[in-house]
Every structure is written in C-alpha cells, then in structure tokens.
Ligand binder design. Structure first.
Ligand SMILES: [Zn+2]
Length: 157
C-alpha cells in the first residue's frame, strides 16, 4: 500500500457481502452495543437512551488493477442506500430478499471512492471515506427497491 494518505480512485462494485450490514449503537453516544444490552455508559446517567443502527458494509470493488474488499461505514453507505440503516433494516424485515437484491443493484455500479487506511492497525480492510456515484442517473438502493417491491410514495409510474 502507498503511504497513509487517503487515496481516491474510480472503481466498480463486484459484490456486496450479504451477511450483516449494520450494527447497533447507543442513540446518544454511538458506542457499539452488544446484542440487546443498553449503553452502560449512558445508563450511569440514569436513563436508557435506546439504540439505533449504523451501516457497516463489506464491498468487493475492482479498480483498474485489482479486486479487493473495503469496509463502508454509515456516512458513505447512506450515499449508496439513500436511507438510514434503521430504515433499511425495517424494509429488509418486510422484504426478506432486499439485502440480496441490494447487492445485485450495486453490482457493476461505478463510483469514485476515497479510501483510507484504518486507524486501528488490526483492521484488515481499507475504509471508504467518501463515495460519489459516477452515473448521473444513479438512484440509491432504497429507491429502486421500493419501486421493485411496490412500496412507498407512488409519485412516479
Ligand atoms: Zn451511550
């Protein structure tokens, strides 16, 4: 790898990992929560603030020279999906194949991505700092899914 500076490249999505696409964090301090436990830190202040989900997606991408896996956290993933991880999670509960379909929708899409080395030296994947669709008519995953499954505001069609 070439130094520690973030690097920007054009790439195409080869595949999206169909395993877990999000994780739960405290709604207030955004510390990662395990399973259904409330946030130990915020609980000390006497209230349970609840939780929310954030994206964590593994993508295989192809640059002009190689194929490799990057990890895409909430800010970048929202650009791809067009909604919050909570909204997508709820949508996927009602439409069980959404995650697979989302992977198919992203497959072959071209993006300009800025990648950085993880601050945690143990993390194995480069991290997506920002992502810009190269196709001007790119439509975020959730919008296409809603069209496919026929849900949501029927402004078009
Ligand atoms: Zn907290």
């Amino acid at each position: 790898m070439e130094g520690d500076q973030p690097s920007t490249l054009m790439c195409g999505v080869v595949a999206m990992d169909k395993g877990s696409f999000c994780y739960r964090v405290c709604a207030v301090c955004e510390r990662t929560l395990s399973e259904n436990s409330p946030c130990g830190f915020c609980n000390f202040k006497g209230s349970n603030p609840g939780s929310k989900r954030l994206y964590k997606i593994l993508l295989s991408i192809a640059s002009d020279t190689k194929v490799f896996v990057v990890v895409c956290f909430d800010r970048a993933a929202r650009v791809l999906f067009g909604c919050s991880a909570d909204e997508f999670f709820d949508f996927a509960k009602l439409n069980p194949f959404s995650v697979v379909t989302a992977g198919k929708l992203l497959q072959g899409e071209m993006f300009q991505m800025t990648l950085s080395k993880p601050k945690n030296g143990n993390a194995e994947h480069l991290r997506v700092v920002s992502v810009v669709p190269l196709r001007t008519e790119y439509s975020p995953v959730i919008q296409t899914l809603k069209k496919i499954y026929g849900v949501g505001p029927s402004t078009s069609i």
